[in-house]
Design a protein around this ligand. Sequence first.
Ligand code: OGA
Ligand code: NI
Length: 353
Amino acid sequence: MATTRNIPEYDRKSELKAFDDSKSGVKGLLDGGMTKIPLMFIHPRYNPDAKSESAVSQFRVPLIDVDGVNDNATLRAKIIDQVREACENWGFFQVVNHGIPASVLEEMIDGIRGFHEQDTQMKKEFYRRDFKDKVSFLSNFDLFEATAATWKDSLSWPMVPNPPDPTEFPAVCRDIVTEYSKQVKRLGHTLFELLSEGLGLHVNHLKDTGCAEVIFHVGHYYPPCPEPELTLGASRHADSGFLTVLLQDQVGGLQVLHQNQWIDLVPMPGALVINVGVSLQVITNDRFKSIEHRVLANRVSSRVSMASAFGTTLFPSSKLYSPIKELLTQENPPKYKEATLQAHVAYLRGKRV
Ligand code: OGA
Ligand code: NI
């Protein structure tokens, strides 16, 4: 069990503000020669012993090969089954042979690393909290709301519906951002088609419901951490949107909560991680599960990941959602009323605490 850690009293608000005002992120703290993490990053209830659990676990996040999904009907049916099963039982899976060339994945990781590892002065120009229609560099989207800050910096940009002008992107990753965004959008559409068919719906049902109406990209950088047992790279959370496509480098640290155990999502060259968000759980009436996950901090290496969120409550909308009618029966009545995605997410998060 996690125990509560005693954190000395400090002026949290001023520390957060000074950190944000520095516009240098966590990487900036490290560059300054810091060897003990500031109190604002200490997680009061994080239990580092949980790290060893996955080593003994028999569970593995499903790996799905989608090669030939558009060429062969028998194969397509088999892949749809695998995807459906993964969304029902895990909320997470990895895909290989998804059609995005390995060189594009590598360049995307290098581009995000390149941005975060360049001179701080260059990064400061992008530091802003109004990320909705701009390229933005910031540390911790929820810095001023969360109980504890996490050990990461992020470069984000919206791609659908209002992409920034190409000239607004940092030079170091401008070309690859455009290429990767295009490819991930295509993959996302394919996945929504497979998921729709897996639910027994028309192939375009999820797309027509608006699942790909918003695409938000976030390139995370997790610097090495001098005291990894006191903090986290990302706190335990479930993604708020419909689906997330995640590209990670080979460092590792992402863990998924499965049957009450933290399971390592072991990186695999060329693979992409796919996970169900809370919004998809709601419209499938809990058939597909949005699963909590977190990222451990590590002492030795920096880690890069690139999350592409299809839908996110970071962009509030007044559109109302309820479980898809075609999925409901007398035995399977709606578990959710019609509400905005923000309201659904708040409700489900409240239930989980
Ligand atoms: C996220 C997320 C995991 C990672 O961005 O929502 O969970 O490995 N990222 O960066
Ligand atoms: Ni996430």
